[in-house]
Design a protein around this ligand. Structure first.
Ligand SMILES: [Fe+2]
Length: 432
């Protein structure tokens, strides 16, 4: 055999060996995201009145069969930890694509309004750190919330900076709205692991208000993780437990509709829920936008179904996702409106790295392509202040809604003078 062939064959073998060795260096997701006896994936949500209750959910391996949480009124020093109240957890198993785990949840009740509490979760031997949260005030009070669209892809790598900057920008935010497609592949435990890891102590400190998207509905059924890992109100349609629900907080009725299922059946529920709304403000979140910002993605059927109810009850603001672009309307009423002077403000936003292209059917006041964003919404009396920031923390969009006695809301556009973020001609969708 000629010497050159031997050398070439040897080089090819070396390359293969190197490739195999490199491949082996990648950590196994089953190991990285596997559960242990210590609590992880700790997340605050509400299942009842935010002024007097708080729910917390967490995960362990299956060795933990009897879990507990402890809670105490926070003190300036560590003495709160001496005599906490202990509350037993409800435990349910979940077999995912990677592992088998136990999900534990505790519903703290009988809390004082507008009060700071410390809590920890565990099994009596292995504990989380003490975290703290504040209960809501009873009745109307100034309120700040965060809203993010689809995290969905490369969550750990490319979404972490966005969710973290959102909290640094609005450290007083009382909850975070996730408008669907939190992950990409329904049931993928590693993706939920990324989502929890990216938000980490944020989720232990600020309650989440999630609504599911099409990517939580692989094969038509809700991701098995959803109900075990989020403890949410069961005040929606009985068939849509923990995906269709509402919470009243400090003068705002926050509603989650499940835009993936039973769209027709939710009309009556929404009509009733908004008719009996004693709050001054109403904000809805669901995944599919009634006004789409994406090319070829118009949701006319859903708009025709739902918008008449929104118009009838003068919903103030609708927070959606799905299109992987940003767009925010003026006041719209009537299902074919493209601009208006009364009605609801509709927003589509995206926080993750998957990027889409805007439709040419313009209905917005401000729009963006190729931008990851987060939104800070502050409600104070008869005013709602809305700000959207890019992943660099630059103010990208802003407006104010003003309540007017006996009249429709007044919208004041406060769009910054910066040019719109638009893709250069020939640019492609960034898909991680
Ligand atoms: Fe989606």
């Amino acid at each position: 055999m000629p010497r050159q062939i031997v050398i070439s064959a040897f080089a090819v073998l070396l390359c293969f060996g190197w490739l195999i060795a490199e491949k082996d260096r990648r950590l196994d997701p089953a190991v990285v995201y596997g559960p242990g006896p210590a609590p992880d994936r700790i997340v605050l949500t509400w299942a009842g009145d935010p002024a007097s209750t708080q729910a917390v959910t967490w995960r362990t391996d299956t060795s933990v069969t009897s879990a507990v949480a402890e809670i105490a009124a926070a003190t300036d020093g560590p003495e709160f930890s001496l005599k906490p109240r202990r509350v037993p957890a409800a435990t349910e198993p979940l077999r995912s694509d990677l592992n088998e785990a136990h999900y534990h949840s505790v519903h703290f009740t009988g809390l004082d309004p507008d009060s700071l509490y410390c809590y920890r979760v565990g099994d009596g031997f292995n504990w989380s750190e003490w975290n703290q949260f504040r209960t809501a005030a009873k009745g109307p009070a100034p309120l700040t919330l965060l809203y993010v669209g689809d995290a969905q892809n490369a969550i750990w790598q490319l979404w972490s900076r966005v969710i973290r900057l959102s909290v640094l920008t609005a450290p007083g935010a009382r909850f975070i709205v996730h408008a669907g497609d939190l992950i990409n592949k329904s049931g993928a435990d590693a993706e939920w692991g990324e989502w929890h890891r990216a938000a980490d102590w944020i989720n232990r400190t600020i309650p989440s208000f999630p609504t599911p998207g099409n990517h939580e509905y692989g094969g038509g059924s809700l991701d098995d993780h959803w109900r075990p890992q989020f403890t949410l109100p069961e005040n929606g349609l009985p068939e849509l437990k923990e995906t269709n629900y509402f919470v009243d907080i400090q003068g705002v009725r926050m509603v989650s509709l499940d835009s993936m299922r039973m769209q027709q059946e939710q009309i009556d529920w929404l009509d009733r829920t908004l008719a009996g709304n004693p709050n001054r403000w109403t904000i809805l979140t669901f995944h599919y936008p009634l006004y789409s910002a994406g090319k070829g993605r118009d949701m006319k059927k859903l708009r025709d179904l739902w918008q008449p109810v929104l118009d009838r009850h003068a919903v103030d603001l609708v927070l959606t996702g799905h299109d992987h672009t940003y767009a925010r309307s003026n006041l719209l009423s009537g299902t074919n409106a493209r601009s208006g002077k009364a009605g609801t403000v509709y927003v589509v936003s995206v926080s993750g790295p998957k990027m889409g292209q805007l439709t040419s059917d313009v209905w917005w006041e401000r729009a963006a392509e190729d931008s990851q964003l987060f939104q800070v919404i502050r409600i104070d009396g008869g005013r709602l202040h809305y700000k959207s920031f890019t992943a660099r923390g630059n103010l990208y969009d802003a407006f104010e809604l003003r309540k007017q006695k006996g009249k429709a809301n007044k919208l004041v556009n406060l769009v910054p003078a910066s040019p719109e973020n638009r893709r250069a001609p020939g640019g492609k969708n960034f898909i991680p």
